[in-house]
Design a protein around this ligand. Structure first.
Ligand SMILES: Nc1ncnc2c1ncn2[C@@H]1O[C@H](COP(=O)(O)OP(=O)(O)OP(=O)(O)O)[C@@H](O)[C@H]1O
Length: 263
């Protein structure tokens, strides 16, 4: 295990490799996200963005490389010693996994199940009062406190994504990885949710990486942009300095090849 490093980024991914049926999807990928930083991950369809995030949270097993949380190496899925490090990382998906018939508040409380006895997961009525208060504060943080009692299935897509983010907050995650969190939302709702992620990073010191398909949203809200081509980071730049050439390097097929060869 690597030693806990003072000043280590909240999340450090080093040399991550993954192949499916002999086809390389992640090719020695490096990615750092600091506490308080919002990183947008860009890249064309199939370049490995989701696979990278899934490997980091243990939903996929990488073939090689290391994932470090605050300088401590995360072991393979199922490694008891790494459970606490994994709990510090939450994932938010495009397909919002809320229990539709349960209230927004109950869904947010579910973020805490990893640290509660099993019986609580079976009976939301047993959620302790302190947890309900914490969940309410999380809903308030994402601007959804007034909809706490509403069944999640009755909320709009943008509202449901806010509830999913509140659930990650209630997990007390310090690192949030969001895989295309706004791809199903209209432009205004997408802007609001990405803006919320940026605020959470800035105001609560969270380390947040979000896969986005809209370079303009990344440029407007992110601190830094990491761009992938064929499973490798070929762009890593402050969002304020993202150029049209950077964007072309990620999405224009011929330029993608040129940048890959140069990297
Ligand atoms: N479980 C799997 N088995 C086989 N191939 C897979 C699996 N998961 C992903 N792949 C392949 O790996 C490549 C990268 O997929 P990934 O979903 O990571 O890309 P992405 O950059 O997130 O794409 P998109 O923007 O379209 O969501 C794709 O070619 C995909 O078909």
């Amino acid at each position: 295990m690597a030693a806990q490093g003072a000043g280590a980024p909240a999340l450090a991914v080093r040399g991550l490799r993954k192949s499916y049926s002999g086809r390389t999807v992640l090719d020695s990928l490096d990615l750092d996200v600091a506490a308080g930083e919002f990183v947008a991950v860009l890249g064309a369809n199939g370049c490995g963005k989701s696979t990278a995030l899934r490997c980091v949270v243990g939903l996929e097993t990488p073939d090689g490389g290391t994932v470090l949380v605050h300088g401590r190496e995360v072991g393979p899925a199922g490694d008891a010693g790494s459970a606490e490090l994994r709990r510090r990382t939450a994932m938010v998906f495009q397909q919002i996994h809320l229990v539709r018939r349960r209230s927004a508040l109950d869904n947010v409380c579910a973020g805490a199940l990893g640290r509660l006895p099993l019986r609580h997961s079976l009976t939301p009525a047993l959620f302790p009062r302190e947890l309900r208060e914490e969940a309410m504060a999380c809903l308030d943080r994402v601007g959804m406190a007034d909809r706490a009692a509403e069944p999640a299935g009755r909320l709009s897509g943008g509202q449901q994504q806010r509830v999913a983010i509140a659930r990650a907050l209630c997990q007390r995650a310090e690192i949030i990885l969001a895989d295309e969190p706004v791809s199903a939302l209209d432009p205004a709702a997408a802007d609001q949710v990405v803006s919320l992620l940026a605020e959470l990073a800035r105001d609560q010191g969270l380390a947040i990486a979000a896969v986005l398909h809209q370079p303009a949203l990344a440029a407007r809200h992110a601190d830094r942009v990491v761009g992938l081509v064929a499973g490798r980071a070929v762009v890593d730049a402050p969002a304020s300095r993202l150029t049209a050439a950077d964007v072309d390097a990620l999405y224009v097929p011929d330029l993608r090849l040129t940048h890959l060869e140069a990297s």
